[in-house]
Ligand binder design. Structure first.
Ligand code: NDP
Length: 449
């Protein structure tokens, strides 16, 4: 196993996030490999860590000043053992191949946990929609799709949104796909309701993460009622995480963006959340404006000289990191533990660094890794695909009930796998093992392809 990790590091030394994601999974599945000699004989680890296909392409587009801009597009089709590749597109300046590979790798196990028939993939671009006009975003999306359309399709690869890709971007991408292929089909999820989207898809990742947290607390005879919660981010996942926490009686104290965070000691209620949705989704403003609107809140800008994020230094019962990868480091984790945190539930993908994960596990904090806790988004994307295939749309309650059941089932699956392989109560081990075993069985059934 060490050899494989070394090989991956030597082969692509700059892909740090990918190495981090692989290392965590490989460490978790060691007891599975020890029990199954066939997995080793069939070089399963080498195969599962190598993408089936990597696409990289030029995305030229013209800005509003008539200047030509060039970005880089990616799609990593990681594993199709369980179904068509499925996973979001991320548009953010920080995007590179290593980040897309880590996200695609995580997606394989996450999709496996949902029990739906979906392989894993991820894509995106180093294009940053922040500060761009709608026309610029549209031209970029059209150029991006004019290459991607060759590689995707409802039975091949079905992208969705992620950071920087919301309803507006999905609309432009879908429009260009339809024009190029002359077919109206479920090739993207996260579509608007009027043209093939599913109810509850926008809410699904955030709601799902809170259902997972509620389930973790429920098994310990507790609930979210009156719990103080720190939420990071202020995009799709953070907004609907906040909404569901409020509905379940918890108090959300923080939100953030890449410029800074707000702490509202009175809590973010429904009215304040409506303001955040309007601020971020319609006006595309910054979270600092929240503190100008509500004097009970204090805004703290990001200080790049600090070795920690002060958002995680506030006293609270629960943490819901919902912005980006590696946003909780060891110092942050220690602050959370010292302040008595009881539960960490990841809405974002890999928001916790490995040393921080160790601190949570050593202190027996209820810690839910993203690949289990944020699987609600892709699960409802899977339900959107099912509705598109049937040309039907299910009522809100039906989708929400299915989402709840899926999150409960993932929770149970994690605990059972952790128990079976000698790590009771460890959701990291449970999620990695359960996700891995199902994919590996399918790969072995399908031969050396
Ligand atoms: P959005 O683009 O809607 O929101 C992202 C939020 O995180 C914004 O507030 C953004 O601030 C902040 N953010 C992004 N990058 C950074 C950074 N480098 N440092 C600090 N803050 C940052 O994305 P989503 O809410 O959809 O995604 C958030 C996380 O959830 C990601 O990790 C994503 O992979 C994960 N996820 C999303 C799913 C979905 O269905 N959307 C499904 C499963 C996981 P700013 O506006 O300043 O950039």
């Amino acid at each position: 196993m060490d050899t494989i990790i070394d090989e991956i590091r030597d082969r692509d030394p700059e892909q740090h996030e990918f190495h981090q994601a692989v290392q965590e999974v490989v460490e978790s599945v060691k007891p599975v490999l020890d029990r199954n000699i066939e997995y080793r004989q069939q070089a399963i680890l080498r195969r599962i860590t190598e993408p089936e296909r990597v696409l990289m392409f030029r995305v030229p587009w013209m800005d509003d000043d008539g200047q030509v801009q060039v970005n880089r597009g990616f799609r990593v089709e990681m594993n199709s053992a369980l179904g068509p590749y499925k996973g979001g597109l991320r548009f953010h300046a920080s995007v590179n191949l290593g980040i897309i590979k880590f996200l695609a790798f995580e997606q394989v196990f996450k999709n496996s946990l949902t029990t739906l028939s979906m392989g894993g993939g991820k894509g995106g671009s180093d294009f940053d929609p922040k500060g761009k006009s709608d026309n610029e975003v549209m031209r970029f999306c059209q150029s991006f799709m004019s290459e991607l359309y060759r590689h995707i399709g409802p039975n091949t690869d079905v992208p969705a949104g992620d950071i920087g890709v919301g309803a507006r971007e999905i609309g432009y991408l879908f429009g260009m796909y339809k024009r190029l292929k002359n077919e109206f089909t479920g090739v993207l999820t996260g579509k608007s309701l009027a043209w093939g989207g599913s109810l509850i898809r926008p809410e699904a990742t955030g709601y799902g993460a809170v259902y997972f947290a509620a389930e973790m607390l429920h098994t310990r005879g507790d609930s979210l009622e009156n719990k103080g919660c720190l939420v990071s981010g202020s995009g799709n996942v953070a907004q609907f995480t906040t909404e569901k926490i409020i509905q379940l009686g918890g108090r959300v104290l923080t939100l953030s963006d890449s410029s800074g965070y707000i702490f509202d000691e009175q809590g973010i209620d429904r009215k304040k959340l409506d303001y955040v949705k309007e601020l971020k989704n319609i006006r595309r403003g910054r979270i600092s404006e929240y503190a100008e609107q509500y004097p009970s809140a204090v805004y703290t800008p990001v200080n790049p000289t600090l070795d920690h994020n002060p958002l995680w230094g506030h006293k609270a019962d629960c943490g819901f990191p919902s912005a980006t990868q590696n946003e909780i480091n060891g110092v942050d984790a220690q602050h959370l533990v010292d302040n008595g945190v009881r539960l960490i539930c990841e809405g974002a993908n890999m928001p916790t660094t490995p040393d921080a994960v160790d601190i949570f596990l050593d202190h027996r904090i209820c810690y839910a890794p993203g690949k289990a806790a944020n699987a609600g988004g892709v699960a409802v994307s899977g339900l959107e695909m099912a509705q598109n295939s049937m040309r039907l749309s299910w009522p809100r309650k039906e989708v929400d009930d299915r989402l709840k059941q899926i999150m409960k089932s993932i929770h149970r699956t994690c605990l059972e796998a952790a128990e079976e392989y000698g790590n009771p109560g460890n959701y990291v081990a449970g999620a990695n093992i359960a996700g891995f075993v199902k994919v590996v069985h399918a790969m072995l059934d399908q031969g050396l392809v």
